[in-house]
Each structure stands twice: as C-alpha cells, then as structure tokens.
Design a binder for this molecule. Structure first.
Ligand code: PMP
Ligand code: GLN
Length: 391
C-alpha cells in the first residue's frame, strides 16, 4: 500500500500520485533532463506577464466573479467566433475555471450521476479516469491504435449503452499527438446525435497543431447544442503555471458546470484571467508562432529517437512524441525502461502504459511519451545522453 493510502477513499486509491509529479520529482532528484511532464522551458510573452503584473498593481486582488472576469468571458467568446465561427453569449455560455483540469472535474461532477458511463478514447489523459471516479461515473474505453491512432468505428458504437451519459473527446490528443480527422469527428458527432449524448471536449492543444486544422467538435452539425468545449491558456501562451481555463457551450450545460465549480474553487486568480484575456486577442500570426517553433523541435526529437533505434510515432500536434521501445530495450516494459532511464542516461520520460486501463497489462506496454517543448540545446543534450543506453 502506498504512503497515505490507508486514509485515501477507496474510489481514489487506484490513482495514487500522478505520473507527472512522480517523474518531475525523479528528474530533480537525479539531475536528469526532464522530457516527462509537459511544460515548456521558456515562459510565454513578456507582454502578458506585464498585463498580470499591472493588474496586481492596479488592485485586481479580491475575489473576481465566480464565472470569471467579464474581460476573459468576452475574450473567450470572441476567440471562438474568430477562429471557429461559434457564437457564444459571454454572460451565460462561458465559464472560467482553474485550468482545464478544473473544467474537466467540474463537468464530470456536474453532469454525471453515479453509475453513468463516459465514453472516451484510450490512451487517455490521466485525470479523466480519476475525475470519473470522483463523480462515481464509469469510463468506457475505445482503443486508439498505432501507427495513426485510429479507432474501430464498431468499437466506438459498441461502447455506447443505456447508461452512457456523455462522450469525452481530447483532440489534439495527449499522449499521442493525434488530431482527430474530419471523418473521425463526423463519426463521433453522428453517434452523439443518434444517442442524444452530451459531448465534453478537451482542446487545450488547439493552437499547437502542426498538421491539419483544429476543428472543434462543437462546430459539427447537431453538436453546438450538446457540446461543452474546454480549453486553457496554459499551453497556448506557455504559462502552464497560471492555470486559467474555461468551459463554453450552451447556457444550461455551462450553468450546471458552474454549480459544481463554485464549490470546488469558487473563482480563479484575477490577474492571470486578465492577462489571458489580453492574449486571446493576439493576431493569428502571433498565435501560430509557437506551433511553428514546436514543429521544428518535434522533428529534431523524432529524428534523433529514430536514429537511436526507436519506432517513432510522429505527432501532428501537442508537446509529445511517442516511441515504441521494444527494439531498443528488448524485454523491458515502458515502466521498467522509464524507471531505469534517469539512473542510466540522466533522462526522464513518461511510460504511456499509465494512460491505459490498468486491468490490461499488455496495452501500451512498450510505449513511451517524450515531451519536446524544450530548447533545442536541451533536446540535443537529451538525445546525446540517450545514446549511452545499452540494451
Ligand atoms: N487536458 C490535457 C489533455 C492536458 O494535457 C492537460 C495538461 N495541460 C490538461 C488538460 C490540464 O490543463 P490545465 O493545465 O489548463 O489544467
Ligand atoms: N498536461 C501535462 C502533461 O500531460 C501535465 C499536467 C500535470 O502535471 N497535471 O504532461
């Protein structure tokens, strides 16, 4: 039993410490290059930092409205209109949260009854299963398969049953870096409409796309009225520590999530809300700059790992590349490999097996996730360290 587990409610015991915290601690303890937890090693625009500082100096220091400052609610609505043609009422259809993390938790708590089922793709971001457990909901997993992380439409259809409450979609997808295609989004939308399901989408990597456009599920026919779209400023502006996120969609859904949010955190830090509101008004060219830089870093890391013998699944978006380590570390699981890596090479990565159902020990067994949101020097250093790995 892990430390603290004796006191932890049974429904949360399977989740323990998140892999991101565990691996970042390991990186610090061993002085390793941290390609684990997804955070950039360069902060975002000075201009946004100055807005936050100026807001503190100007007195934005007491509780802002629970739904978020009007400036940010208006900015989210304007962003959704400008980028995707989605019309939202900033007064009733936008809710500001403490990162996308809180938006996901509040959505599942607000929308699910105990025993309700949530259809989601596997591998899946780790908070989804944990938040389902907090809500008493049950994940129904649909496998994405390498090399293109496509799914079997029959498997998706079979995941929907009488207890299905909602479908949770993460595109662009963590950990694989997949961007769901128009065809795949169409299948997901058709299923939601046919079974009258709600959809919750996690689009935190919406501006970190290298190939193809990002298409919110809410823009598909029949989806605007049943979709809650979640995003955050952390990835878009390279301020992951600011934790400003939002959920937007039809007023009744937003009101439900707001009811849960008010008892989780009530509100989110005002100065950072104002800074993110400013950032959402950046011109498309400025918004796209980070993705261009990241695409070059993706290529550097992917080529380097391929040259070291990894089977590389090149991502179309996000901070992360996945490799299969079966050929470079024969016989080892990703967890064993990632546990040995800091000691043997001074590098930290995430075993993607943690993003799969623990009841299936084979799924993702040899898949490793590498973050490339780091400087070129750091990535080259990591690759040269990895060259010392011997099977
Ligand atoms: N969803 C996904 C898919 C993520 O990768 C992350 C990590 N940034 C989050 C949600 C959490 O976002 P935030 O930091 O805004 O809470
Ligand atoms: N989203 C980040 C990742 O996938 C981690 C965020 C966190 O530590 N909770 O690496």
């Amino acid at each position: 039993m892990a430390a603290g587990e004796a006191h932890l409610a049974r429904r949360l015991r399977p989740f323990g410490t998140t892999i991101f915290a565990a691996m970042s601690e390991l990186a610090t303890a061993t002085g390793s290059v941290n390609l684990g937890q997804g955070f950039p090693d360069a902060d975002g625009p000075v201009e946004l930092r100055e807005v936050a500082v100026a807001a503190i100096r100007a007195g934005a220091n007491q509780y802002p409205p629970s739904a978020g400052v009007p400036e940010l609610r208006r900015a989210v609505a304007a962003h959704q209109r400008a980028w995707y043609g989605l019309e939202l009422d900033p007064g009733t259809e936008v809710l500001v949260t403490v990162g996308a993390t809180e938006a996901i938790a509040a959505s599942l708590l607000a929308l699910c009854e105990p025993g309700d089922e949530v259809v989601m793709f596997e591998p899946s971001y780790d908070s989804y299963a944990a938040c389902c457990a907090m809500a008493g909901a049950v994940p129904r997993l649909v496998r994405l398969r390498a090399p293109d992380w496509s799914f079997d439409p029959g498997e998706l259809a079979a995941a929907v049953g009488p207890r299905t409450r909602l479908l949770l979609l993460n595109s662009p997808h963590n950990p694989t870096g997949k961007v769901f295609s128009a065809d795949e989004l169409g299948q997901v939308a058709a299923l939601c409409v046919a079974h009258d399901l709600l959809a919750v989408t996690d689009e935190v990597y919406e501006h970190l796309v290298f190939e193809g456009p990002h298409v919110p599920l809410a823009t598909l026919p029949g989806m605007r009225e049943r979709t809650l779209t979640i995003s955050s400023g952390g990835k878009t502006f390279s301020f992951t520590g600011w934790k400003v996120g939002w959920a937007c969609g039809p007023a009744p859904l937003v009101a439900a999530v707001r009811a849960a949010k008010q008892f989780l955190t009530y509100t989110s830090p005002a100065p950072f809300q104002l800074a993110v509101a400013h950032g959402l008004g950046f011109a498309p060219e400025a918004m796209g700059r980070l993705a261009v830089e990241l695409a070059a870093k993706r290529d550097l890391l992917c080529h380097g790992l391929a040259a070291l013998g990894h089977t590389v699944y090149r991502p179309a978006a996000t901070y992360f590349a996945t490799t299969d380590i079966a050929t470079v570390a024969p016989g080892l699981s990703a967890e064993e490999y990632c546990a040995a890596l800091p000691e043997r090479c001074g590098v930290v990565a995430i075993p993607s097996s943690v993003f799969y159902d623990p009841a299936d020990p084979v799924a993702g067994r040899t898949l490793v996730r590498w973050a490339f949101c780091k400087s070129e020097t750091v990535l080259r250093d990591a690759l040269s360290r990895l060259a010392s790995w011997e099977a």
